[in-house]
Design a protein around this ligand. Structure first.
Ligand SMILES: Cc1cc2nc3c(=O)[nH]c(=O)nc-3n(C[C@H](O)[C@H](O)[C@H](O)COP(=O)(O)O)c2cc1C
Length: 212
């Protein structure tokens, strides 16, 4: 019975377009794996429970990544909390990330979670000057919507710091293949174009869920 870690940063909740992709993905995944273990992480609601990456969190990170791994009491407690979050990644067979584009990148609460889970010794290590991801063999899926269009060959292609960033950072910790469903443009092509693009992406998200 597979485990799905379902991380979503969609504060508009029921009004969220990106949530519609997520619901379609989950329906497809449930069809393929009726007994799957679902680990939802609602970053819109739960972001304040994550480490803030202050001096002590960074001290623990650097000590474990570049030092000898000697932590004082405060840093050790911080490291434990980070480990709880990275344990979820190791426990899951598939990682689903659902988030709209915000100011050309990902919503800050998703970035906060990424800063917690991308950790030397826990999710990656350095081997001969290279990154070695520790989550190899696991699939990841990205679901997103945005008002503009940033596809290859379009004038704004170079401005997409959301999907290429997520692909890079998830690849760094070992995920692959990484699939993405992108609904665009939600607004900038007009209402009809937006509605058709969303409908198409909902179908794609459902198919992707079923296939993983
Ligand atoms: C804070 C904020 C920043 C945004 N920045 C962008 C942007 O840079 N580019 C873009 O195309 N859309 C941008 N949008 C629009 C959203 O990506 C778009 O409306 C998306 O479909 C919203 O997803 P949701 O319905 O799941 O909340 C932004 C929206 C918000 C709230």
């Amino acid at each position: 019975m597979p485990t799905l870690l379902d991380v979503f940063a969609t504060p508009r909740n029921a009004k969220s377009r990106t949530q519609k992709l997520r619901q379609a993905f989950l329906a497809g995944y449930r069809q393929a794996h009726p007994d799957f273990v679902h680990l939802p992480l609602d970053l819109g609601a739960e972001h304040a429970t994550l480490p803030a990456f202050d001096e002590w969190d960074i001290e623990a990170k650097f000590q474990m990544a570049y030092g000898e791994g000697k932590l004082d009491e405060v840093a050790a407690a911080r490291w434990d909390r980070l480990t709880q979050l990275t344990d979820q990644l190791h426990a899951a067979d598939v990682l689903l990330i659902t988030a709209p584009m915000w100011n050309l990148g990902v919503p800050w609460m998703l970035k906060r979670w990424i800063d917690c889970v991308v950790q030397g010794r826990l999710t990656f290590e350095f081997v001969n000057g290279q990154f070695n991801g520790l989550l190899k063999g696991k699939r990841a899926a990205i679901l997103t919507t945005r008002d503009g269009a940033y596809g290859p060959g379009t004038p704004y292609a170079a401005m997409d710091f959301a999907v290429p960033y997520l692909r890079s950072v998830l690849g760094l910790v070992g995920y692959g293949p990484i699939d993405a469903v992108i609904a665009e443009p939600m607004v900038m092509g007009g209402a009809e174009v937006g509605a058709a693009a969303l409908e198409k992406a909902i179908l794609e998200a459902g198919g992707l869920g079923k296939s993983l």
